[in-house]
Design a protein. Structure first.
Length: 317
């Protein structure tokens, strides 16, 4: 309030009135300049929003139909000002007028130019526009629901592991096309994605692979690759046996070994029954009489398993 009061007091003085008179002349001069300038012809690019109206129920445009048309036009400054103020003109096309009755919506260069002239006015001189015409395939068939297949190459970095399923969301998409295409499509692939040396869970959006005369909704999906750090654990594990004939048992000496291994962090406090499987194989007796080699069962969960010895003594019972 004090500031407003000071401004009023300033303009009440002789100096303030001179400043106010000067500002009024500046505003009036600017207004006259704008009127003269906007009345002149200017060259500019205008973006026109394209809208298809009157589409019959159940019809889906499959082909690429442009959402905007960029028009290079010579027109008065008022149109240019509207563009500067983001007042985007909209061109509406009637579906029935451009339907060729054979599954395509076709708008020629001449037809599109006539519509643009009608939209922008006769005073506008259109030099060029892009696209300069288009055709879009359409279908009246309902969509087919198909699964999404991930096409990718993922690898964790040192001391990290991909722990769990790689997922895609949504895992089902809708496919619009002609009958032959729908019958032939059983799944949709993503574009190939490559990510190596991952050290954290990856969440990424990926486009699905495009196909001719096929519309896929949605056309992008989210992929999640669960990544965890590996931690070291030491545990006493009982040696088991495999491939023993019925009624035969192998007793290893020692029966328990201390095993060192890496596992995902989320599994560190898992029950003691969750551990690498260390075993001796009865079939190895054919090659050895006093010692049996220790083996570790393959596992996606346990890594870099280190045994304190490579073989143990044994007896059979």
């Amino acid at each position: 309030m004090m500031l407003i009061s000071r401004i009023r007091q300033f303009f009440a003085t002789a100096k303030g009135r001179d400043v106010l008179l000067y500002l009024i002349f500046v505003v009036v001069s600017f207004a006259f300049w704008m009127i003269l300038t906007l009345g002149n012809s200017l060259q500019s690019n205008i973006t026109v929003r394209l809208k298809i109206e009157g589409m019959p129920k159940g019809v889906t445009l499959v082909g690429d139909c442009p959402e905007h048309i960029v028009v290079s036009v010579k027109t008065n400054g008022y149109a240019f000002l509207r563009q500067m103020l983001n007042v985007e003109p909209e061109l509406s096309l009637d579906f029935a007028k451009y339907d060729n009755r054979n599954g395509y919506l076709i708008v020629s260069h001449q037809q599109l130019q006539e519509q643009l002239v009608g939209l922008l006015g006769q005073e506008a001189t259109i030099n060029s526009f892009s696209p300069d015409g288009f055709s879009s395939y359409y279908t009246k068939l309902p969509p087919k629901k198909v699964p999404v297949h991930i096409v990718g190459d993922f690898a964790a970095g040192m001391q990290y592991v991909i722990n769990g399923d790689i997922t895609v969301e949504p895992h089902i998409v809708s496919v619009y096309s002609g009958e032959d295409n729908l019958n032939a499509i059983d799944f949709i692939n993503t574009n190939k994605i490559i990510r190596h040396n991952l050290s954290d869970t990856l969440k990424v959006k990926v486009a699905v692979s495009k196909m001719t005369d096929v519309k896929i909704v949605p056309d992008t999906v989210s992929i999640v690759v669960p990544v965890e750090p590996l931690v070291r654990k030491t545990q006493d594990i009982t040696i088991t046996s495999k491939n023993c004939p019925e009624g035969v048992r192998i007793v290893a000496f020692p029966a328990i070994v201390k095993v060192d291994y890496l596992l995902p962090l989320s599994w560190y406090n898992s029950p003691k029954s969750e551990h690498p499987v260390v075993y001796v194989d009865y079939n190895d007796i054919l090659q050895s009489t006093r010692m049996l080699p220790l083996r570790v069962a393959p596992s996606q969960r346990f890594h870099n398993v280190i045994l304190p010895t490579d073989s143990v003594e044994y007896i059979t019972e």
